[in-house]
Design a protein around this ligand. Structure first.
Ligand code: ZN
Length: 135
């Protein structure tokens, strides 16, 4: 069964209501980099060793260049993680909002958005009728 215009509009207003609930956000992706100190005698030199405490990085592309940010404390990392996850939430809501709007645009009849002819259209219609009469 296709969605009704009413159901889609309801869905859209629910999505719009989620925007005020968004917290601090910023783009980027977080990666964990396994650290190996390089000493041949250290446990991290073994192939199956998980290495030392991983270093977390936030990377993002700015004007075509990848910038990397590292975090001085676990708190700074957790804060950034939260900000990035809010950004992903914004993207999800936006994508859904666009998809719902596309369906609404396809379903909404044209006569609801414009009542009658505009003055320009009337003028053009009259001109074409006169031309058709051969005047
Ligand atoms: Zn090591």
């Amino acid at each position: 069964m296709p969605d009704s215009l009413f159901a889609l509009e309801l869905h859209r207003s629910k999505l719009l209501q989620q925007f005020p609930g968004l917290g601090d956000l910023r783009p980027g992706s977080i990666t964990a980099v396994v650290r190996r100190c390089g000493k041949p005698t250290c446990h991290c030199a073994k192939p199956d060793d998980p290495g030392h405490d991983p270093q977390f990085r936030l990377t993002r592309r700015v004007a075509g260049k990848t910038t990397t940010e590292t975090f001085p404390t676990p708190e700074a990392f957790r804060k950034a993680q939260q900000e990035v996850s809010e950004f992903h939430r914004l993207q999800e809501i936006s994508q859904e909002l666009i998809a719902v709007n596309e369906k609404i645009c396809a379903l909404r009849p044209a006569q609801q958005t414009q009542v009658g002819w505009t003055p320009q259209e009337k003028k053009r219609l009259l001109q074409s009728i006169r031309r058709w009469r051969g005047k």
